[in-house]
Design a protein around this ligand. Structure first.
Ligand code: 6PG
Length: 247
C-alpha cells in the first residue's frame, strides 16, 4: 500500500485535484480492462467534484458508457429523499452525463437495510465476476466525518468487525439510524482509494487518523489500508492545519 497526502489551498482546488485523479484512474482502468468501476462517497464534499466532472473540460474526456457507478454507503431513506447520497449524485452528476441507466448501481434503500445490503452484495459479486473484468473497484471515493468515520463505518459499530461480507446494514446509535455500507475488506481490495477531506472541522480528527496511534474502532478511517492499491488523501489547508507531516 502506498499512502499519499496532498494538501490544497481550498475546497475548489481540492475538487479540481480530485477530478484530475478520477480521470487518471479512469484512463488506467480503461487501458487495463476496458471499464471503470467507481464507488461514490456521500455527504457534501463530493458535490463540487461531481459538478466539475460534468464540465466540458472533463465530460469530453470520459466515455460514460464505460463507467459503472456504485456507492460506498447510503442512508436508510428513499432515493428521492433530501438525505439520499444517490439523489445528491443524481442531481450533481448522473443527470448531466450520458451514463446508461444499467451502469448505475444504486443501493435499494427503499427495502429494509438488511435486504438492501444483501441485494447490493449480490450486485457487487455479480459485477466482480464479469468476464474479463477486475474483481474490485478501480476507485473508491471516501469522505471522513469529524468523528473519524468513513462511508458508514462509524466508531464502535458492528460493521467495523466485518471481515467477509462486502456490504452490511450497520446500526449507528450515534445517529439513531441504520445505514447500508461497503465494508473495509471490499474497500481495501480497490485499486485506488481517495479520501476527500475539507474544512477546519475535520482538522483534529484528520491529525488523529493520519498521525495518531492506530485505534480503528474509534477512528474507522484508519481501517482503510488498501491491500495492494493506492491510498491518497486529498485535503484542503483547513483540514490539514494540525498535520505535522505536511506533504
Ligand atoms: C455519508 C458519507 C460519509 C461522508 C462523511 C463526510 O453518507 O454521510 O458517506 O461517510 O463521506 O460523513 O461528509 P462531508 O463530506 O459532508 O463532510
Amino acid at each position: 500500500m502506498t499512502t499519499t497526502i496532498r494538501i490544497y489551498d481550498d475546497r475548489t482546488e481540492l475538487a479540481q485535484a480530485a477530478a484530475e485523479y478520477v480521470l487518471e484512474c479512469y484512463r488506467e482502468a480503461i487501458a487495463a480492462h476496458g471499464d471503470f468501476a467507481i464507488a461514490l462517497s456521500g455527504g457534501s464534499t463530493p458535490r463540487v467534484l461531481f459538478q466539475l466532472l460534468i464540465a466540458p473540460a472533463y465530460a469530453r474526456q470520459i466515455d460514460w458508457s464505460q463507467v459503472q457507478v456504485f456507492w460506498g454507503d447510503e442512508r436508510s431513506v428513499p432515493p428521492d429523499h433530501a438525505d439520499s447520497n444517490y439523489r445528491m449524485a443524481k442531481e450533481a452528476l448522473l443527470d448531466h452525463v450520458s451514463l446508461p441507466s444499467a451502469n448505475i448501481h444504486r443501493m435499494l434503500t427503499e427495502q429494509t437495510p438488511e435486504q438492501a445490503a444483501h441485494a447490493y452484495e449480490q450486485t457487487l459479486r455479480d459485477f466482480f465476476s464479469r468476464p474479463g473484468g477486475q474483481a474490485r473497484f478501480d476507485l473508491v471515493l471516501l469522505g471522513m466525518g469529524d468523528d473519524g468515520h468513513t462511508a458508514s463505518l462509524f466508531p464502535n459499530t458492528a460493521a467495523l468487525d466485518e471481515t467477509e461480507r462486502l456490504v452490511v446494514a450497520n446500526h449507528v446509535p450515534q445517529l439513531d439510524t441504520w445505514r447500508v455500507t461497503l465494508t473495509a475488506p471490499v474497500i481495501n481490495r480497490a485499486a485506488h482509494v481517495a479520501f476527500l477531506v475539507s474544512g477546519a472541522g475535520k482538522a483534529n480528527r484528520l491529525k488523529a487518523v493520519l498521525e495518531g496511534p492506530q485505534q480503528p474502532r474509534e477512528l474507522p478511517s484508519q481501517l482503510v489500508r488498501p491491500t495492494d492499491g493506492e491510498l491518497v488523501w486529498l485535503v484542503d489547508q483547513d483540514a490539514a492545519a494540525q498535520l505535522v507531516e505536511r506533504a
